[in-house]
Design a binder for this molecule. Structure first.
Ligand SMILES: Nc1ncnc2c1ncn2[C@@H]1O[C@H](COP(=O)(O)OP(=O)(O)OP(=O)(O)O)[C@@H](O)[C@H]1O
Length: 633
């Protein structure tokens, strides 16, 4: 396995290069999907690449029989193709020039020729289908496993890895790997075999001419080597320019409101046009290089044919070879260049697939920092029977080594208690919550629920114990019904309706044309912030966790909607241990206990009245918050 901490692990992906072999411009097939990042693969073997390559090949194992089938289909198709000139040679030498001149053998040869074409067509068709089936199935398995693997990784991983890189991995890196099977592998098998068989047939026909032809090989190799570096440079430049263009586009679209407010459209358009022009230039250069490469090969092929006509013609006139042999030889020499051209063109694809493979295996070899309990350490607990007692026992925590976010934090919460957590930005409030949900693990001390260390509780059980409502509740594209019950069909429509009624969301849903079956667009953008919050409260009632966490759930709401949400909160928090983080102190004023945090420590705690009476940090925050509200109103 490659080192997951490899510096390349987080590098922007490099889109795959070449596409279907034999076209003027290889590599256009998957380009559209490959938009982001474009660092080029470095030349030469890298230790991680070989391991990644081997790991990818393990996915091909279940398709061993299919690959054997592909090999035989290719062999039959190539044989059928290469036997055709041989048949023509027999027709010419045995029946036209030197033979009896009878029609029947010629007819039989003609029918054979036709038969070979049909065989070639049929087996190429089967081979292609088998190959696509195997290649796409392999990539589908990789994609599936990657998704499952990423879902199990800890939050610390997502802190390190930009989401964009992960999306690219799932989409275009896997697509690039599919090119390895559908293009590189095919080319190596098919073109490699074709080449060997052409050479075999040439030697069968005439050893002297065949040896002369072998003199072409070093020249071909020279052309391939010269062009390889030119092709690679042109290809790298195109990817780099494309990546620049896409990055610029993404940045612009994300900041469109700012651009419009500051009337920046013309400037931005100018910069975009500049990048667009450079991409166009690079693109055209890549196409020119490819055309030049292909045409050079073709021209060299034609020169070889001319030489052969001359040398072979002399030999024919000198009666040392038959005309049919010369004809077949010329046909083979023309076909000789095709497979070499195709194989050379796979170089870029091979390079980019190896980069994608390595990148993928860096992720696959990343273990979650938060470990699932196993064996004796695993506690058997029933989430439905959770009382809701929470203890933070002298907890230390840091995201980055050496920079403590929570210090020796000791907090004990009784079942059913409502705790308000306040403090300035960066005080460590959200971190406190993240430890309870085990998005991260403590560095020292422990967090327990009903006396059991949460590191011993299986994560799915822990997550059923806790319901989390965030500032921006996540809604999926789907119906309101599915968003409340999170696609669990065992939760009935009646349960969802009852939950929505309890939190006050029913009237707004009833107003919608399709009611609970209304489809929400991505992230619930058709609903207001308050409406989204109410739906996430309804989720809590449906899933019945024993512990409720609200992380700034009222931050984005106007005071009318906040009242609605407050009402819903009192319903939802009933009988649950609740932890409420809020900058707006009105949200937590009625909590049983308020803890005040500063620089990762609890500096004050008590009820709202007690804390005000203390005239300490809370009172200062309260005065500040009242001041802000007054400014707001
Ligand atoms: N994923 C992270 N990686 C590194 N540092 C982080 C991460 N999340 C938070 N921090 C840092 O940890 C400290 C505590 O952050 P935390 O989010 O817990 O504070 P908070 O009190 O919830 O702040 P806010 O009220 O602004 O949400 C801050 O200094 C913050 O920059």
């Amino acid at each position: 396995m490659p080192d997951p901490k490899s510096p390349d692990a987080n590098a922007p992906r490099e889109p795959a290069s070449t596409g279907s072999a034999g076209t003027e411009r290889p590599g256009q097939t998957a380009d559209t999907a490959k938009s982001s990042g474009a660092t080029e693969p470095k030349e030469g073997p890298r230790p991680g690449r070989l391991a990644a390559f081997k790991a990818t090949l393990t996915y091909a194992k279940p398709h061993k029989l299919t690959f054997i089938g592909i090999f035989f289909c290719s062999l039959i198709a190539i044989m059928a193709e290469l036997l055709q000139p041989y048949l023509v040679k027999i027709a010419i030498d045995d029946h036209l020039f030197g033979g009896s001149g009878a029609m029947r053998p010629l007819l039989i040869i003609g029918l054979f020729y036709l038969g070979l074409s049909v065989v070639n067509f049929a087996f190429t068709y089967i081979q292609n289908n088998l190959l696509q089936y195997a290649g796409q199935s392999i990539v589908a398995s990789i994609r599936k496993n990657l998704f499952a693997h990423i879902s199990k990784l800890s939050m610390s991983f997502f802190d390190r890895y930009p989401i964009g890189s992960l999306v690219t991995l799932e989409s275009s890196d896997t697509e690039t790997i599919s090119q390895f099977f559908t293009q590189v592998f095919l080319s190596l098998v098919r073109d490699g075999m074709t080449l060997v068989l052409i050479i075999f047939f040439m030697f069968q026909l005439d050893a002297t001419l065949a040896w002369y032809s072998m003199l072409l090989l070093p020249v071909i190799a020279l052309i391939a080597v010269l062009f390889r570096s030119m092709l690679r440079k042109a290809y790298q430049e195109t990817r780099a320019q494309l990546s620049r263009l896409i990055a610029y586009l993404a940045e612009n679209l994300a900041g469109m409101s700012l651009i419009q407010t500051y009337n920046q459209q013309d400037e931005q358009f100018g910069r975009f046009s500049d990048r667009n022009g450079q991409y166009l230039k690079a693109n055209l250069k890549e196409i020119r290089t490819n055309v030049l490469f292909n045409r050079s090969f073709d021209t060299f092929g034609n020169i070889s044919v001319a030489l052969l006509v001359w040398l072979g013609g002399l030999a024919f006139l000198g009666d040392s070879i038959e005309f049919g042999v010369l004809y077949a030889f010329i046909t083979y020499i023309r076909q000789f260049f095709q497979p070499i051209n195709q194989i050379t063109q796979q170089w870029n694809t091979l390079q980019s697939t190896s980069v994608s493979m390595e990148r993928l295996w860096n992720i696959f070899s990343t273990e979650p920092d938060v470990k699932e309990p196993a064996g004796e350490g695993k506690a058997e607990v029933d989430w439905k029977k959770t009382a809701g007692k929470i203890d933070y026992n002298h907890v230390d925590f840091s995201y980055v080594e050496g920079s403590k976010v929570l210090r020796n934090l000791d907090l004990h919460i009784k079942p059913g208690e409502m705790i308000g957590i306040v403090g300035t930005t960066g005080a460590g409030k959200s971190s406190l919550i993240s430890l309870l949900t085990r998005f991260y693990d403590v560095n020292a001390g422990s967090v327990t629920i009903d006396g059991t260390d949460i590191r011993r509780i299986p994560q799915d059980t822990l997550h059923r114990m806790i319901g989390l409502v965030q500032q921006e509740p996540y809604l999926y594209s789907g119906t309101i019904l599915d968003n409340v019950r999170l696609f669990r069909q065992e939760i009935s429509r009646e349960e969802v309706t009852a939950a929505c009624k309890a939190v006050g969301a029913h009237p707004l849903i009833a107003r919608l044309k399709d009611g609970y079956d209304t489809k929400l667009s991505e992230r619930g953008s058709g609903l207001s912030a308050g409406e989204r919050q109410l739906l996430s409260f309804a989720r809590i009632l449906v899933f019945k966790p024993r512990i409720l966490i609200l992380d700034e759930a009222t931050a984005n709401l106007d005071s009318h909607t906040e009242q609605l949400v407050q009402k819903a909160l009192s319903v939802v928090s009933e009988g649950r241990t609740s932890l409420l983080i809020a900058h707006r102190l009105s949200t937590i004023m009625h909590a049983d206990r308020i803890i005040v945090m500063k620089h990762g420590e609890i500096v004050e705690e008590g009820t709202h009245g007690q804390l005000l009476a203390k005239k300490g940090y809370y009172e200062e925050l309260y005065r500040h918050s009242r001041g802000m509200q007054a400014i707001g109103s």
